[in-house]
Write a protein that binds this ligand. Sequence first.
Ligand code: AMP
Length: 290
Amino acid sequence: MAGSKPDIVRDLPALRDAIAGWRRDNRSIGLVPTMGALHDGHLSLVRCAAQECDRVLATIFVNPSQFAPGEDLENYPRDEAGDIDKLAALGTALIYAPGIAAMYGEGFATEVRVAGLTDKMCGLSRPHFFGGVATVVAKLLLRTMPDRAYFGEKDYQQLLVIRRMAADLDIPAEIVGCPVVRAEDGLALSSRNAYLTASERAIAPALFETIAAAAERTADGAACAETVRWAANELAARGFTEVDYVDIRDAASLEAVESWRPGDPPARVFAAAFLGKTRLIDNVPVAPFE
Ligand code: AMP
C-alpha cells in the first residue's frame, strides 16, 4: 500500500464506517495521534504502528484546548498537504483530520483530569495542558478504539498521563511509547523547532547535551539536587533565555529522586527551557533501561 493515497475523513460517521470495515475483516488497528507538521519523530510512530498493526490510522488535529491564551495556537505550523504525502509514503490507511466543531460539539463541557502525574514539570508551567491532552486523546481513543496507540517519549510526561488515563477509564488500547528521534546534533525533533532563528537553532542542541551530561553525573552517583543546579546554570550559560525546569525523577511515578545507584528503579532527567519565545522540552534516561 505504500505510496497510494490514504483516505482522509473529517467526520465521525465516515471514520466509524472505515473502522467497522476493518473490524469486520479482523484487522488490527494502530492509532497515531498528531497535531500535524509531521517530521521524522512523528513518522517513527507511524513506522512502529505499521510493523505491529494491520491498519495505521493517523490523526491530525491542532487541539485548541491544550493551548493557553497567548500561546502559539494561531501560529502553530500547519502543512496538511505535506503531511498527507508523508503518511501516504508509509502506507497509512486512513487520516482522520476533523475540524474543531467535529471534535467539540455544541455544549461540550467535559474534561478528563489525571491527578498526580500532572502536578509537576510541564503541569506547573502549562496548567491547562494535560487536561486538554487527556480529554482529546480520550476522545480519539474512544472514537477509533484501536488495538494500540503510539506516543513519543519526547513528551514523556504526556505519555505517562495518557497511559494512566487509558487504564483508569478502561479504554482497552495498549499505549505504546516510542523513543525520541533526534537531529544529528542531538536536538529532539519537534514541530516547534521551525520557530527557531538560525542563532537559536545553533544553541538548541545544548539542551540534549546538558541533560545527557546530567544523566551521566547522576549515574555516577552525584546528588540530584546538585546536578539539577549545575544543569540549569549550564543551560543559561549556553544561551537559553529562561530555564523552566530541570528535574530528575522516577521514570514510572515521576516522583523526585535524590540520588540514583545501579539497580534502583529507572530514572530520567527532564528539562524545559526557552530560546526566545520558543519553549523546548527533552528528557533522557539516567542509564539505559528496558
Ligand atoms: P505532536 O504533533 O507534537 O502532538 O506530537 C504527536 C506525537 O509525536 C506525540 O506522541 C509526540 O510525543 C510524538 N513526537 C513528537 N516529536 C517526537 C520525536 N522527536 N521523537 C519521537 N516522538 C515524537
